[in-house]
Design a binder for this molecule. Sequence first.
Ligand code: AMP
Ligand code: ZN
Length: 112
Amino acid sequence: MENCIFCKIIRGEIPTVKAYEDDEMLVFSDIAPIANIHLLAIPKEHFKTVQELDGGRAALVGRMLQKIGAHAHEWGLDGGFRIISNQGEAAGQTVPHLHFHLLGGEPLPWGN
Ligand code: AMP
Ligand code: ZN
């Protein structure tokens, strides 16, 4: 998508601090962290919410969650972490490209 901030990050048009990248997923630091460790995990395919999942995208999201679990330790998400994904504007989604906030690196209060 031409004007999507996260697609621009994927294309390398906006600089970011990457934690992980493969052919279908990118993990990078949130520019406005709300926890000691605050990463964003995004699919390289542009779509907005889980309401746009088909079978292929559902499998992609499953692999993303599996990789988040596998790499959490090396990303500093020790002792537990939180995954948040806002779906739509009323929930607080400001970037219309599906993303998982990964919060941790400290004991977390409930909420965001
Ligand atoms: P949400 O409000 O759930 O859509 O989350 C969007 C997140 O993207 C926010 O936490 C922002 O701080 C983050 N964000 C926006 N622009 C950038 C950027 N250029 N690099 C890293 N994170 C960003
Ligand atoms: Zn996008």
